[in-house]
Design a protein around this ligand. Sequence first.
Ligand SMILES: Cc1cc2nc3c(=O)[nH]c(=O)nc-3n(C[C@H](O)[C@H](O)[C@H](O)COP(=O)(O)O)c2cc1C
Length: 185
Amino acid sequence: MVNIAVVVGSTRPGRRSRQVAEWVLSRATSRGGADFEMLDLADYELPLLDEPMPPSMGNYKHEHTKVWARTISRFDGFIFVTAEYNHSIPGVLKNSLDFLYAEWNNKAAGFVSYGSAGGVRAVENLRLIAGELQMADVRAQVALPFATDFENFATFTPSESAEEALEPLLEQLISWSTALKTIRT
Ligand SMILES: Cc1cc2nc3c(=O)[nH]c(=O)nc-3n(C[C@H](O)[C@H](O)[C@H](O)COP(=O)(O)O)c2cc1C
């Protein structure tokens, strides 16, 4: 079975990302078809990118980068749970992506976002980044508007349509994660 990480893409105190990621992980785990694991950026405390060489050279100097690289290497696919900050993704998520290169290549990515417009503008940005990192981003996505999927705009209460939108994302992501594994050495 392929290993898929549910990436918690924001780290501020009081963040909503963890609630959403827990829902994704719980639904994905009960569905099965892959091994799913929470990957919370708050657990890694990466500094702002401080590697002297571009990540595409694969010549990592710092221990925190090597730990992050070993972590990302374990996974075949990723579900990025992202907030929308100023119509893009949180800086902490961009930084965590920028740190590495080969470890992301030829792996699949799916997106679950939230925001006033469901976080869709953040995901459009994230798809561009995924392309440059040679990740295959699946079409199906889950967009969670505050007005329908959060009680009082704060507590995550997934609607029926959110539940329905997650299944095709999981199906496509598992399929592409499995296929891409065959081309990695
Ligand atoms: C710096 C910043 C910028 C934001 N920009 C947007 C935005 O462009 N669009 C939007 O829908 N919400 C925006 N918001 C509101 C966030 O969607 C909301 O605070 C959300 O809970 C942030 O995710 P988090 O709780 O996981 O940090 C912004 C919030 C912050 C902190």
